[in-house]
Design a protein around this ligand. Structure first.
Ligand code: OAD
Length: 234
């Protein structure tokens, strides 16, 4: 395995592919979420304005799926948690995923597209942890209003969280790794180019090639990520 030398600072971006082998569907693979439901109907502010019940039902179902005992972190999530524990340099783990499998594996992940296990009150704007269904009667844990609790996820047309922090890390990293993401949704799709333009070495971990990277590990994340982590910690 070729790795940059010196390698002090790493940025890792994960996408739905890292959670696929845990039993969560990706968005754009065959049979993926966006082949079953139009994103315009459930993942935009306009969809929320048009039909809150539909949007709420979509995210209730995804939140409920996360609570299924069969859905557990896999060896890729666990390997990244070990890397985060043992890496002596800087490491920022950024995920586009709204699931909590990185946290359950023991990682601290930055959720640029928000989290399924949080809701945002349309009255006071507070984000609160949430387990279970949201209903029209649900009260905001922060202000007690029943004005409406939207999922605390970033929809198309909204600005992802923490872009300044991520940009800074990309400009300073020696190594950028993209795992299980199709590279179709910006700004995350531009992270590898941003890192490379600042001189970082870039690695893609995926079932297939999606873009320009210096190195590629092709295969299921549960096999390729533990291998890559072992190399990095060797
Ligand atoms: P996609 O569904 O677009 O892409 C999933 C990627 O994971 C594909 O490139 C697959 O080849 C790869 N993949 C699938 N199974 C894998 C496995 N076992 N091991 C390794 N790779 C695997 O998902 P994302 O790129 O995460 O945003 O999608 C980005 C954003 O689009 C999401 O955060 C979401 C979605 O719309 C919003 O909802 C705002």
């Amino acid at each position: 395995m070729t790795l940059p030398s010196p390698c002090h600072s790493i940025v890792i971006l994960t996408g739905a592919g890292i959670s696929a082998e845990s039993g969560l569907q990706t968005f754009r693979d065959v049979g993926g979420i966006w082949s079953q439901v139009r994103l315009e109907d459930v993942a935009t502010p306009q969809a929320w304005d048009r039909d809150r019940a539909r949007v709420t039902a979509f995210y209730n179902a995804r939140r409920q799926q996360l609570m299924d005992p069969a859905i557990q972190p896999n060896t890729a999530h666990l390997a990244l948690a070990e890397l985060q524990r043992r890496w002596a340099g800087d490491l920022l783990l950024v995920t586009q995923n709204v699931d909590d499998l990185h946290e359950r594996a023991g990682s601290i992940a930055f959720h640029m597209h928000g989290r399924l296990d949080q809701v945002r009150c349309v009255a006071c704007g507070a984000d609160s942890p949430w387990i279970g269904e949201v209903t029209p009667q649900s009260r905001c844990p922060a202000c007690d209003a029943t004005a409406g609790l939207r999922p605390s996820v970033v929809w198309f047309g909204e600005i992802p969280h923490g872009l300044e922090r991520i940009d800074r890390a990309l400009s300073e990293c020696d190594l950028f790794i993209a795992i299980g993401t199709s590279g179709t949704v910006y700004p995350a799709a531009g992270f590898s180019a941003a890192a490379r333009n600042h001189g970082a070495y870039t690695i893609e971990v995926n079932l297939e090639a999606t873009g320009r990277f210096d190195r590629r590990l092709v295969g299921p994340a549960t096999e390729t990520v533990p291998t890559l982590v072992a190399e990095l910690l060797a």
